[in-house]
Ligand binder design. Structure first.
Ligand SMILES: Cc1cc2nc3c(=O)[nH]c(=O)nc-3n(C[C@H](O)[C@H](O)[C@H](O)COP(=O)(O)O)c2cc1C
Length: 382
C-alpha cells in the first residue's frame, strides 16, 4: 500500500465541504435524539481509507464521524486522505487526529493543512499543545481533546474545546492512564465538564447503549474498524484481529515517552518483553532509496525531541516505532510488526478474513442493536 498511499490521488478540491463538528452541532444532534459514532484515528496508515466510509453514515440513531490520522504522512498524502474522505462523505463530519508528540515541524504542517482543508474538527492526543487550540480558533476549525481524567476534561473546557474524547484503559495503542477503565472514566468526565463527551476504549457493539445511556454524546470505536473489508490496512493486519483471546493481547512499553500501549502478542512484542532493542533501519526498506520524503537518515525523527526513548538512548534501547508500525499496517509482517489493538479485539465475532463486514455493515449492525435495545439516553447538558 505504501506506494499506493504515497501516490494517493488528490480528489476534487471543490467537492462539497465538510460540516463543522462544533459543540453546537453536537448538542443539536443529541437534542434530535441521535448520537455520534466516531471512528478513532489510527496512526501510521492503520485507519487509512476508513474515514469517509464511516462519515457518510446517517442513521436513525447514529451519525457517523470519520477521523484521518496525520501520523507519518507526507503533506501530499495527508491532504489526499482528507480529500478522499470528503469525496466519499460530502458534507459529512471528517476530523483529523494530531498527536502533540510528533515532531514539531510535522505537527505544524499537518495543522495548517487540516485548517486549509476545513476539516470538521482537530482532535489532539498523546500530549497537549495549547498552541493548536489558538490555531484552530483563528482558522475556524472546532477542536477536541482526548482525555484520561476529569481534570483534563475541565481544563480543555476552560481552554475552549468543543468536545472531549474520554479514552479509557481498554483502548488500543498508547494508553493515557492504565489505571482508569472506561466505565468509571466516563462518569468522572461527565461530572467534570459540560462539554459533549465521546466514550472511547474497548467499546463493542454490546456496550454502545450503556455509554449513551450514561450521558455520552457518542462513542468512538477503532479496533472494530480494523477488521472490516474496506479499510486499507494490510490483510495480515486484519487477520491479526480475528479469533483472539485475552492471552493474545499484551501491554508493551512504547518508545513514546515510555507510555504503555496495547498490542497483539507476537514475536516482536515477546522480544520487547525480553528487553531487546530495535534501532531504526534505513527507510530504504520501505520508501526506496530516496528515503523518507527525502530524509535519508534511518531515524526520521517522527517524534518530538526527548519524547522518543529510542533516540534519547542513542538507539541502544527501545524500538523504532515508525519501522514497527509500518511493518504491521502496510507490510503485514506478522513477526516484526507491532499490531496495536484495543481490548475489544477478543469480541470481534468474525474468524474469516475473506468474509469481513464493510464499515457500513458494522454501522448497520450498531443501528440494529440500538433499535432493539432502544435505551433512553439522557441529553447532554448544553
Ligand atoms: C492500530 C491503532 C493505532 C492507533 N493510533 C492512534 C493515534 O495515532 N492517535 C490517537 O490519538 N489514537 C490512536 N489509537 C487509539 C484509537 O484512536 C482509539 O481511541 C482507541 O483505540 C479506541 O479503543 P478501541 O480500539 O478499543 O475501539 C490507535 C488505536 C489503534 C488500535
Amino acid at each position: 500500500m505504501t506506494a499506493g498511499a504515497e501516490q494517493a490521488t488528490l480528489h476534487d478540491p471543490d467537492a462539497a465541504p465538510l460540516a463543522r463538528l462544533d459543540r453546537a452541532a453536537i448538542e443539536a444532534i443529541v437534542a434530535g435524539g441521535r448520537r455520534l459514532l466516531v471512528q478513532g484515528g489510527m496512526g501510521i496508515h492503520a485507519s487509512d481509507g476508513l474515514s469517509g466510509k464511516v462519515a457518510r453514515h446517517r442513521g436513525a440513531r447514529l451519525v457517523g464521524v470519520g477521523t484521518v490520522s496525520a501520523v507519518v504522512k507526507s503533506a501530499e498524502h495527508f491532504r489526499a486522505e482528507i480529500r478522499r474522505a470528503r469525496a466519499e462523505a460530502p458534507g459529512g463530519f471528517v476530523g483529523v487526529n494530531l498527536m502533540a508528540a510528533i515532531n514539531k515541524a510535522e505537527f505544524e504542517t499537518c495543522t495548517r493543512i487540516a485548517i486549509e482543508e476545513k476539516v470538521s474538527f482537530i482532535v489532539q492526543g498523546a500530549g497537549i499543545s495549547r498552541e493548536i487550540i489558538k490555531w484552530c480558533r483563528a482558522g475556524g476549525v472546532p477542536f477536541a481533546g482526548i482525555v484520561s481524567s476529569g481534570r483534563l476534561a475541565a481544563m480543555y473546557e476552560k481552554w475552549g474545546a468543543d468536545f472531549v474524547v474520554a479514552e479509557g484503559a481498554e483502548a488500543g495503542g498508547h494508553i493515557g492512564d492504565i489505571g482508569h477503565p472506561l466505565p468509571t472514566l466516563v462518569d468522572e468526565v461527565l461530572a467534570a465538564t459540560r462539554l459533549p463527551v465521546v466514550a472511547a476504549g474497548g467499546v463493542d457493539a454490546a456496550d454502545v447503549a450503556r455509554y449513551l445511556a450514561a450521558g455520552a454524546a457518542g462513542v468512538q470505536m477503532a479496533s472494530r474498524f480494523l477488521a472490516c473489508s474496506d479499510g486499507d490496512a494490510h490483510p495480515a493486519f486484519k487477520e491479526m484481529h480475528l479469533g483472539k483471546t485475552a492471552d493474545d493481547i499484551t501491554l508493551i512499553t512504547s518508545c513514546v515517552k515510555g507510555m504503555k500501549a496495547r498490542a497483539v502478542r507476537n514475536d516482536f512484542t515477546e522480544a520487547l518483553a525480553r528487553g531487546e532493542a530495535f534501532p531504526p533501519r534505513s527507510k530504504a526498506w520501505f520508501y526506496g532509496k530516496e528515503g523518507y520524503h527525502g530524509r535519508k537518515k534511518a531515524c526520521v525523527e517522527c517524534l518530538g525531541e526527548d519524547l522518543c526513548l529510542c533516540r534519547a538512548s542513542n538507539f541502544k534501547e527501545s524500538f523504532c516505532i515508525t519501522d514497527a508500525l509500518l511493518a504491521a499496517a502496510v507490510k503485514g509482517d506478522v513477526k516484526n510488526g507491532l499490531f496495536y489493538t484495543g481490548q475489544s479485539i477478543t469480541r470481534i465475532p468474525e474468524t474469516d478474513v475473506t468474509a469481513l463486514p464493510t464499515a457500513q455493515q458494522i454501522l448497520d449492525d450498531l443501528e440494529a442493536r440500538l433499535a432493539a435495545d432502544a435505551a433512553p439516553a439522557r441529553a447532554v447538558a448544553g
